[in-house]
Design a binder for this molecule. Structure first.
Ligand code: PMP
Length: 758
């Protein structure tokens, strides 16, 4: 608002005189708004409001106040001007004036919050929401700076906080908001919200609420948002623990029982409000220190944040909602699950992290643990379009309620899906087989290669993993050369990893130099009487440690393989389907067309699917009279799922998203490399990245323990990463492709602070 305090006070006095015919002493009331108390010599005190906020809609406010007044809710009625106007435009200013009744009562702020008082406030809010849940006004569909449903817009202001510890805490509050609030808010009962139930807007007499002021922030939203705001103010009061604040929720729940989904949102919404307050204040201070908020209550806001974060979100929810009538689902304790798992599941299956996670739900890029903590999933390249994408889940549910059978009947989904897959490939790759996993797909690719070539042997790249079946293990140096492995089989020839960071060739000609090694190995195999059926290659090495193939390597190697009578197989299980951003398939990066492409992981977004796409000539060579049949492969449910995944990738622009976000991520990681000696190499593209940690950049001594430490520390901070590579020192990044910029910024900030420990 333009003008000094004194000039605005004069303006208020003039407005009151000119439009309402009242002369009175006036004073500005506490708070952010321009509200002036007038005490005329005769008659009741009144409040003149000068409104200039861009989102102010006095018509909406008046409608809400009138409606609540009719329901007996104590709200200040609007007093029309002598000309009969409820809203008076102020000449020469983009502002309006309004006169309201003055309600007597003590602001909540000045009354200690006892359980009985909080219960009464909760009951008042519940009662009010029962009315407001039904209120409808065209002007209510709006948002503004303090709308909790869009608290995320303030996240970028976190960087304005100068204290790194504070920054990390507020960043975490916004992370909770992104993971726990945003995906679920729309599932909560909605209606009109007051939008700012703070400790100045509620008036009390003893425990009774005798007034609710200031509907300037009212808007349509999820009713639980109002509770997040009221809880933030309750928890700011001295002595208000979560146990005490539970009375507010209990009082509310008696009037409007809270659904479990709303109960889950209480703590993260409260934190979102407090975090918004902290960063909006920092923002105002950064623009102009004199612009900081009136009635600064940063200390108490921080105290409330600490109260909420002193335990897990579920523990905090359980305390707050101990008096709620509807109980949320309970989960087994991790220890009992672990002992049952150990009893019935083979110990050859491992668990991630020193302290394993008990994950119960997933949404988008986040996984949720049973204790309510959300984790940003930077590991799972299977849930390509996001965990539990509603469109994919719906496609599976609908088709499984209609028909699920095998490929021995005509069904449009199989034909459609095969056509859609082929459309993403070069023209020669025109024939599909549907299976259930990447291993099965590689196993089938091996049979196809052998049928087409009449040969038996294969070439694989050192460090590669192609699956868990007997033949796939035999084709996976990652396994057969690792713990418990039996070494190479006579029909498998291992090619050196074309690694330009650690390998023998690192310059611009490295691709050709490594390809000469391929020719040499083929030559040696053939001269010892072996013949080559195929070459299995990932277009970017995954288990090998996120290693991009140098230019010229694949074209030259493919030529050598084909000259020897073998076929070329691209294992796109990890890198395909748009993950690399620039291209849909990894092989496209190298300007080659494989003879067989192996698909897995992302194609079903978690539904067990794999596929092989090849040429009609290879499939004809395979078609020797023996039927190919996979009981589940290509069933209508899997195909419906696969079609939905393809639709989502296209409609949500995920390939382009991977390109843009990948560049952003790489830029940030390169920047970190400049500050942290431990980062020897940053590589990859799109959303398939690797960070190789070394103790000394010159000796390249692998920092494997450090990599594991970083991964565990990041897990403790809510970000899931993994390590891989033959030396176990490469941190891998391959998230669901719905990740957003704020997730990347948070990750980079956390990585920076964890790396500072070394
Ligand atoms: N190929 C590659 C490159 C893989 O990474 C994997 C799995 N990690 C497979 C094949 C095997 O896929 P699945 O586990 O679905 O059998």
């Amino acid at each position: 608002m333009k003008g000094t305090e004194a000039s605005l006070l004069d303006l208020a006095r003039d407005l009151l005189k000119n439009h309402w015919g009242l002369s009175a002493d006036m004073q500005r009331l506490p708070g952010e708004n321009y509200n002036y108390l007038a005490e005329p010599e005769s008659g009741d005190p009144v409040v003149l409001k000068i409104l200039s906020e861009p989102h102010a809609d006095p018509g909406l406010e008046d409608a809400v106040i009138t409606s609540l007044h009719e329901e007996g809710v104590p709200v200040p009625l609007v007093i029309p001007s002598t000309a009969g106007l409820k809203i008076v435009p102020i000449e020469g200013m983009e502002a309006t004036a309004r006169l309201q009744e003055y309600l007597h009562g003590t602001p909540w702020k000045s009354m200690p919050s006892s359980p009985s008082r909080l219960r009464s406030i909760g009951a008042f809010m519940g009662e009010m929401h029962m009315h407001l849940g039904k209120f409808d006004h065209p002007g209510a569909a709006r948002t503004h700076e303090w709308d909790l449903a869009s608290a995320h817009v303030h996240r970028e202001k976190v960087q304005l906080l100068t204290d790194p510890g504070q920054r990390q805490i507020i960043e975490y509050c916004f992370h909770l908001n992104s993971a726990l609030v945003r995906p679920y808010l729309a599932n909560c009962p909605s209606g009109l919200l007051h939008g700012d139930i703070n400790d100045e807007n509620l008036l009390l007499q003893e425990d009774r609420v005798v007034g609710l002021l200031d509907f300037g922030d009212c808007l349509e939203g999820s009713l639980v948002q109002d509770l997040g705001i009221a809880l933030a103010y309750a928890l700011e009061q001295e002595g208000v623990t979560l146990e005490v604040a539970a009375s507010l929720i209990e009082g509310y729940d008696e009037r409007r029982p809270l659904q479990p989904v709303e109960q889950d949102l209480l703590v993260p919404l409260t934190l979102a409000r407090l975090a918004t307050y902290v960063v909006v204040n920092a923002d105002r201070m950064s623009v102009h220190p004199a612009n900081s908020m009136r009635n600064l209550h940063l200390d108490t806001a921080w105290a409330a944040i600490n109260t909420c974060l002193a335990m897990s979100p579920v523990e905090a929810r359980n305390i707050l909602c101990s008096g709620c009538s509807i109980k949320g689902p309970m989960h087994d304790e991790p220890d009992s699950i672990r002992s049952a798992r150990e009893k019935y599941i083979s110990p050859s299956l491992s668990l991630n992290y020193e302290e394993p996670l008990h994950i119960i739900t997933g949404r988008g890029q986040y996984l949720h643990a049973a204790d309510g903590r959300p984790y940003l999933d930077l590991v799972n390249n299977v849930c390509h379009v996001g965990h539990c994408h509603p469109r994919v889940a719906d496609a599976i549910a609908r088709q499984s309620a209609q028909l699920n059978t095998n490929t021995r009947y005509l069904h449009e989904h199989l034909a459609d899906y095969a056509e859609r897959l082929c459309e993403t490939m070069p023209a020669s790759l025109d024939t599909c087989f549907m299976v259930n996993s990447g291993s099965e797909a590689n196993e089938l690719a091996l049979r196809l290669a052998r049928a087409a070539s009449g040969a038996k042997d294969v070439l694989v790249i050192d460090g590669a993993y192609h699956g868990h079946t007997a033949n796939c293990i035999a084709m996976s140096p990652y396994k057969f050369n690792g713990p418990g492995g039996g070494g190479p089989s006579d029909w498998v020839h291992v090619l050196p990893m074309p690694d330009t960071y650690r390998g023998p060739y690192r310059d611009d000609d490295a691709g050709s130099a490594y390809a000469i090694e391929v020719a040499d190995i083929i030559g040696k195999a053939c001269s010892s009487g072996r013949s080559i059926a195929g070459f299995f290659a990932e277009p970017m090495l995954s288990c090998g440690g996120q290693v991009p193939l140098p230019p010229d390597y694949l074209p030259a190697s493919f030529e050598h393989v084909r000259n020897a009578g073998g076929v070329c197989i691209a294992d796109e299980v990890q890198v395909g389907f748009g993950r690399l951003g620039e291209v849909f398939w990894g092989f496209e990066l190298h300007d080659v067309v494989p003879d067989i492409v192996v698909l897995g992981k992302p194609i079903g977004n978690g539904h067990p699917m794999g596929a092989v796409v090849t040429t009609r000539a290879i499939s004809d060579a395979f078609d020797n009279g023996m039927e190919f049949f996979s009981t589940f492969g290509g069933n209508p449910v899997s195909c419906a799922c696969g079609l939905a995944v393809l639709d989502v990738i296209k409609e949500e622009g995920l390939q382009e998203r991977a390109r843009v976000l990948g560049n952003l991520f790489l830029e940030g990681l390169n920047d970190l490399q400049g500050h942290h000696e431990l980062i020897g190499d940053v590589r990859g593209q799109g959303l398939f990245l690797g960070i190789e940690l070394v103790r000394h950049r010159k000796s390249m001594e692998p920092a494997d323990a450090e990599a594991t430490h970083v991964v565990n520390q990041m897990r403790d901070r809510g970000v899931l990463l993994s390590t891989d590579g033959p030396l176990h020192n490469v941190i891998k990044i391959k998230p669901p492709m719905v990740l957003d910029k704020a997730d990347i910024e948070m990750t980079l900030g956390l990585l920076d602070s964890v790396l500072n420990q070394f």
